[in-house]
Ligand binder design. Sequence first.
Ligand code: AMP
Length: 591
Amino acid sequence: MGKISARSVGIDLGTTFSALAYLDEKGRPRTVTNSRGHDVTPSAVWVKPDRSVVVGEAALAARRNRADHVAVNFKRDMGEKVYHEPVCGKQFSPQALSALVLKKLGIDARNVLENITGAVITVPAYFGDARRKATQDAGRIAGLNVLDIINEPTAAALANAFAEYVHRGGDMVRLDVARIATTAPATTLIYDLGGGTFDVTIIRIDNNNFEVVATGGEVQLGGVDFDRRVLNYYCDEFQRRTGVDPRDTAESTVKILNACEAAKIHLSKAEQATIEGEYLGKQMKLPVSRQRFEQLTSDLLARTQLCVEMLLEDALLGWDRIDNILMVGGSSRMPQVTRMLAEVSGKAPDMAAAPDQIVAHGAAIHAAILTYDRASATPSAPKKPITPDAELSFLDDDDDEDEGGPSASGSTSFDDIPLSLPIEEESEDQSDAPVSAPIAPMEAPIARGIKLTDVNSHGLGVIVRSSRESRTVNSVIIPKNTPLPTTRVKVFGTEAANQRQVRLRITEGDARDPRGCTQIGECLIRLLPKGLPKGSPVEVRFAYDRSGRVHVRAVELTSGAGADVEIKRDTGFDADTVGKMADIVAEIDVE
Ligand code: AMP
């Protein structure tokens, strides 16, 4: 059979498994099987001493004997500078490890597709700016044309609505005419418990409009945490009976962790499982009942329940306003998840038809939409300026009142700082650029009429000095769950005469106390005109683009001069480094 013509793909870059999908000639989402014939590929990277790399099942198997040569769960470290431990004696960034997984997925895809013109990569809705940027960079390092990133639950909702439409006999190639989604507006709660992260999102689907109402979750909560609970249960007992602890070496820990994961999965369909392990010549078989497993992990499940309840509160919705519950992610197969959701909601949750692949399918649909939209856009059209939304105001009521007016919004730490810092140039979102790649004929019809609107999962703010509270506080400028894209404007006053630059500390988070937020970087507004009097207003525009990425612009209002704005992120790479890493990854043999 010949290969399918060039097209864009969707990639679910998961903590434990990753998958790549595309739309076939008839517009159906298809998952690419890997070189072992599986739909999903473990996100595991084995680095060999000769610098060649193995990704997937073989890497997981190698972990049993060479744990220090295999990296796993690096998605949890996205946004950090380095993966939390050395691999084969070297430190790797999570972006580089993710890029190697993406490269492997791309290699497998080229067995089926002539070429990959672009890719949409999924991210947990709860990812902040640093993790989103790291994901985009991982794609670029892998040599992919990253069209966009999309939130995993949004992708799942899109694929689910699409599958339902097809199930009802809908014509996949005439999606512009027939409606993909329900004819009656429906509000869906998507509960996504994967291997390493938990997301919960409420999406309102009205005809072909997919509008995310609110999103929440935890970046450090997933199937691996359930596995570790069982691991500790088993090892504590092992130690009690034998006097030795298998957790003492990485290799024996990995072996027992694998057995614990297998037992956990078995308990999803059976009442009882047995874990067998061996360490230093001592062996132990330990039966575990489902009831025991549920006790060991009840607080983890309760954390997901709390997130769901908080989300409903944020969205000002009761369960009566939720029409359906869609469960996504491998860990949603645990029976206690369905039971808990049914109990709190009084509704029967639906398990997605292919919970491991649905996210990649949604990303592939989104990639097709974008490919069509961009190919049909006029390439020379000027970039749209960021348009302030209706709530644009010069002063942030809450904070400026607190701080005593604009000139006192000096609040912000205004100081002349040396310019020798290695500063990352804040560039336009590259995903906005028109894509010149050809589009497959079937990608055109699906593209019309579907509109996705997402929200930001974290508030965006700056650290300011509140004179009323006599302390430094986080002033939220764009609250979480604001529809994207969005722009808010705030005016700051210079603190000294002839001040040439201003430094803002930008935060993610909704807490008033800066310690409850993440500082994502510093924004340096520089090259202000000479001779400005003290208190000169500087207007700063904070924006989230559609992908949840942060952008900042500034204008000095007296002269109208635009000031240079640079964001120095606490972590992350500049474009140059990404390019260099892409060259290195291109040279690495990946199998
Ligand atoms: P995902 O990231 O969505 O592919 O989910 C992977 C996670 O789902 C891993 O932690 C798996 O152990 C877990 N998982 C997969 N199948 C099951 C199952 N039948 N029961 C419980 N957990 C499962």
